[in-house]
Design a protein around this ligand. Structure first.
Ligand SMILES: Cc1cc2nc3c(=O)[nH]c(=O)nc-3n(C[C@H](O)[C@H](O)[C@H](O)COP(=O)(O)OP(=O)(O)OC[C@H]3O[C@@H](n4cnc5c(N)ncnc54)[C@H](O)[C@@H]3O)c2cc1C
Length: 237
């Protein structure tokens, strides 16, 4: 990754505020975000919650409008239009997201899409670009992070993960595993080993044990080839 004075991992309120402070102090700042700048607060927490609470407040106020001096027709009640309530909420979130992204750009903060990780030598490695990110049931997963974890297993020589379309979850994770010579490893043992080391949603849904990683047209191991292998009859979830 290019040199920056400070690289902030995560573009939530903590991260974007730090990036803006750094930029205003004249530092060359980068902000690594694997989903969307704004974080939990803007996309799933404070902002959407407050938009929905305000809608609830309006509904309640209509219920006793007469106490404010407004008379509704006899027997009239407010009917909730949920798609409209949600559209208003999403509109607010999108507007603030656009405003925040613009502000960061104007302050010359470089926004880098992907999952960042501190390396042993104190550098920051980007281990997954947005286009590679697997979206499993709303959770974003950098496949390289899972590949790296899998290859820490003493019986695994190589591993490659990919997202495969799934009706229920959007995508599920398939992993091709190449075990070391003589090793005996099964999916259940491997799943339990992973569950002890990472979040449940990052554990692959399907393991394909093979003699070699699937290669693409160039002859190199290729994620798209994992997805193609997974799509073959009998290999799906
Ligand atoms: C329903 C709800 C309502 C809330 N309401 C309020 C409220 O009214 N007032 C209030 O003060 N607080 C509220 N909160 C809490 C508030 O959302 C959090 O305190 C705040 O978002 C924390 O900010 P953060 O930057 O620490 O983390 P987050 O907002 O979670 O942001 C972290 C960001 O980092 C990214 N990230 C993480 N790891 C990496 C990585 N390795 N590489 C790249 N990107 C990464 C994530 O994708 C995420 O975007 C609410 C929370 C919820 C869930």
């Amino acid at each position: 990754m290019t040199d920056y004075d400070v690289i902030v991992l995560g573009g939530g309120p903590g991260g974007y505020a730090a990036a803006l402070y750094g930029a205003s102090a004249g530092l060359k700042m980068a902000l690594v975000e694997e989903k969307k700048v704004g974080g939990t607060c803007l996309h799933r927490g404070c902002i959407p919650a407050k938009a929905l609470l305000q809608a609830a407040e309006v509904y309640r106020t209509i219920g006793h409008a007469d106490s404010f001096g407004f008379r509704l027709p006899e027997g009239a009640t407010a009917v909730t239009d949920w798609p409209a309530v949600n559209a208003r909420k999403s509109g607010i979130v999108n507007q603030l997201h656009g405003g925040l992204s613009g502000l960061l750009r104007r302050r010359k903060v470089t926004i880098i899409e992907g999952h960042g990780r501190l390396t042993a030598d104190g550098a920051v490695a980007l281990i997954g670009r947005a286009k590679d990110i697997i979206s499993r049931g709303g959770n974003k997963i950098a496949p390289l992070e899972i590949d790296n974890l899998l290859t820490e297993h003493p019986d695994i020589a190589a591993a490659l993960c990919a997202g495969v379309a799934d009706e229920r979850l959007g995508e599920v994770i398939h992993a091709v595993i190449v075990t070391r010579a003589g090793a005996r490893l099964d999916a259940k043992t491997l799943r339990d080993w992973l569950l002890a080391r990472t979040e449940r949603f990052k554990v692959p849904d399907v393991f394909h044990f093979r003699d070699a990683l699937p290669a693409g047209a160039s002859g190199k191991a290729d994620r798209r080839a994992v997805a193609q292998l997974a799509a073959q009859p009998g290999n799906r979830r």
